[in-house]
Every structure is written in structure tokens, then in C-alpha cells.
Ligand binder design. Sequence first.
Ligand code: ZN
Length: 313
Amino acid sequence: MKPFTHTAAALVLLMMTPGCVSHSNPPATAAAPVAAAHPSFDADRAFGFLKSQCDLGPRPPHSAAHEKCKDYILQQLTPYVDKVDTQIFPYRDSTRGVRLSLTNIIGVINPHAKRKIVLFTHWDTRPTADNELDEPNKKKPIVGADDGASGTAVLLELARQFHDKKPDIGVVLLFVDGEDWGPGEDKMYLGARYFAKHPGDYKPDYAILLDMIGDNHLEVHREITSEKLHPELNNKVWKAAGDLGYRAQFPDDTKWEITDDHDSFNAAGIPAVDLIDFDYAYWHTLGDTPEHCSPESLKVTGEVVSRVVYGEK
Ligand SMILES: [Zn+2]
């Protein structure tokens, strides 16, 4: 993603661009859970997904690690969803002289439900560490613990939750590719643009984007474009956060205007809001690594989103 610059002075700041386990029942001897409204989000399991992605190294399109990560996501997702699908599409980058094969990964819960929502994130990582100070480092690819792995980790853990207790609506878990290819915005958001043009049966009532939500000092403010276009969707999210006692991590105000994958959805008539913590010092640097993210932050975002989903009929 990328921050929208209102004026030169106003935002020198930047911008942003953005697992399963066999399901086992609790032992019969275990004390009955206290009537939990829904299964709890497993922070450690989610963080394991984040680390496993980062263990593959940087995962930009046109790399072996990108291919491995695609397989990993499919492997972790498949046991927990009712349907898995992919959208595979090419992208020719004439500047770099490469032809990319990009893949949007789709997992669906309750595919026949009348109402459905899309939860989405990008799974690719930036091929260049643009915000490094040294020229040689700028050319290196980033690991993308926050920018790529964090949203993916949350969606993979949500798949398990929604498998263990089905929501009343259809949920499309969408992992888009090619968000951070770049370097310019003309070559970004590739998977989201593709999906927005070809949603097919997966066209939702609305969509929620998760991007850079793993920062170990989590602060997700209402993103300005999302708030202008769909305050009612943001209201659902920030009410859920308040109900859960997460007001510190989801301050109820606006801060950043971010160009991101949600813009392609909104342009195509699919209402979408962006949940993003853009106050992250390691954005597009070699320091975007797991130690700057936390299981708790993944859990906060995961619980907020799942509360929104379980609240829908
Ligand atoms: Zn990025």
C-alpha cells in the first residue's frame, strides 16, 4: 500500500501497500467452556503461520519462495474450508522484462449462503526494500512479516475458527497476489484488481481488507478513504473492537489515507474497507521481520474481524 500525500508537508509519511491443523475435539474430561460465543482465536497458531511464511524468505512473484508460499497457504487452508479455488493470471512487466504468473487463492465457508462477505489480504511480498537508506539494500527483497505475512496468518487462523463454528453467512477468504510488485502503483494491487473484475460467484455484500496488522504496537485507525466511502462498515468494525475491549489497538479516529487493495474493490462497486496499521517503522525495509510483530496483535485483529462475521445473518 501507499500513503496518499495530501500536501508535501502533510505526509511525508509513507504509504502502504498490505495455517491448519487437524481439528480436534476437547477431551471429554475437560471442563465445559464457559459458553463461548464462538471458538477463540489461537494467537500462537496464527503467529506460527506468520513465522512459517517468513522462514521461506522474501516471497515476491517470480521467485521459488513465492511458489512455495502459495503451496503452503493452500495446504493450510484446504482442510478448513468448504471450497478452495484459485485465480491464476499472467502479468507482463516490460520494464523488468519478466512475465509473472500470479495466483489469487480463495477459500469459501458456506458457499451456498445468500449473503457473503470477503475477508482479504495480500500474500506476496515487496521485491525491493525501497525505504532502506543504502542503495544496495534498497534493491533487496523484504521478508514482509507485517507486510504480507500478518494478514495471511490471521485469515488462515480464521479459517479454523469458521470451520469449528460456522458463521450464518458465507465467508470468502481471499489471498491476493501481486499487491506489492511495483515499484509504482501502476504495477501494484494486481491480484485485487483482477478479482474485482472477475468476482464471479464470490462477489460479496462487502469486503474487509487486512494489511499490516501484525505490528507489536498495534494501532489501527479508521483509514480515510474507507471512512469516506463506507462509514457504516467501519462502524461495525470499530464497534466490535470496542465491545471486545480493544479500543487502544483500534482507536476510534481517522489518521492515514492509504492507497491499497480496497480501492480496486470500491472502484468495481464492491464496498470495501481497509484495516491497516501504517505506523510501522519497518515498512518496506529489511527490518520487516517477525520480531517486530506479535501473536497478540494478530489475535486482536482476528477477534475483531470474527466478531463482525459472527454478528452477520
Ligand atoms: Zn508493502
